[in-house]
Design a protein around this ligand. Sequence first.
Ligand code: NAD
Length: 285
Amino acid sequence: MSGRTEGKVAFITGAARGQGRSHAVRLAEEGADIIAVDLLEDIETAPYSMATSEDLDETVRQVKALGRRIVARQADVRELSQLKKALDEGVTELGKLDVVVAQAGILTMGSNTPEAFIDVVQVNLFGVVNAVTAAVPYLDRGASIILTGSTAALIRGSVDITGAGGLGYAHAKRHVARFGHDLARVYADRQIRVNVIHPTNVDTTMMDNEFMYNAFRPDVENPNREDMIPALTAKSPMGVPWLSPRDVSEAVLYLASDESKWVTGQQLKLDGGQLLADTNAGVPA
Ligand SMILES: NC(=O)c1ccc[n+]([C@@H]2O[C@H](COP(=O)([O-])OP(=O)(O)OC[C@H]3O[C@@H](n4cnc5c(N)ncnc54)[C@H](O)[C@@H]3O)[C@@H](O)[C@H]2O)c1
């Protein structure tokens, strides 16, 4: 049986772990080959570690185990030249490019310094612009560009209050949302689609770390993952503490596949109802 992304090649940033790895594996399960990049170095203003080369090796292993091909490279989304090189090598080996998943990101929440603001904007906003810039020359009619925003882009003040890093995160994600919308207009007549997904909390290292345990459970001494979960659940109208990376991958798969071939300019909220109370945006009065 033919898979939903059979014969497609997908470029994924931040693919060594978390949502990026999950997207690589899900798309590969449905027949795609993958070009994967990741930084593989820490960023000082982020209060948790970035992925390692062992993490990227594991993504490679999982994609290959599905019988798909993968070209994996170390590249920093802040450096356009590194992305261009990785893509050039990937397309040379895999033949073409159909799907872009620009989703590498950091959270510098808690760092109240100008550097924390700048770093997160450079990775989460300019890194997305760089990924698209590097990929566009390879894209043809029917291609799909998928950007990862966050509910932080849509709920004013949700992370802004946590200092310069949180402000920068929301700033970057709001502009990713806008960038996706405007880019969709620019590429519509070439039938290249651009959509933005906005997950609520997702069970990855970005959330599952000591900084977050303390942020959500200041009332507990040395809180852990289990202590944080009820606090996350309490904020969710549907009672879901966080999505699994796989939940997000299902949306990525839909947007990557031809099932969504006339869907563009969307801001797809994967929020467990988080935004229902806050906004009527897009809903007829
Ligand atoms: N986890 C959440 O709760 C959540 C919620 C909403 C949106 N998001 C967004 O989802 C995306 C994926 O994050 P995740 O949850 O998988 O977290 P994660 O930290 O597990 O994964 C992020 C990946 O990006 C990589 N990366 C960071 N900076 C990079 C750079 N400069 N160049 C290349 N790679 C880089 C990291 O090494 C890591 O592998 C991010 O854009 C994040 O903002 C996450």
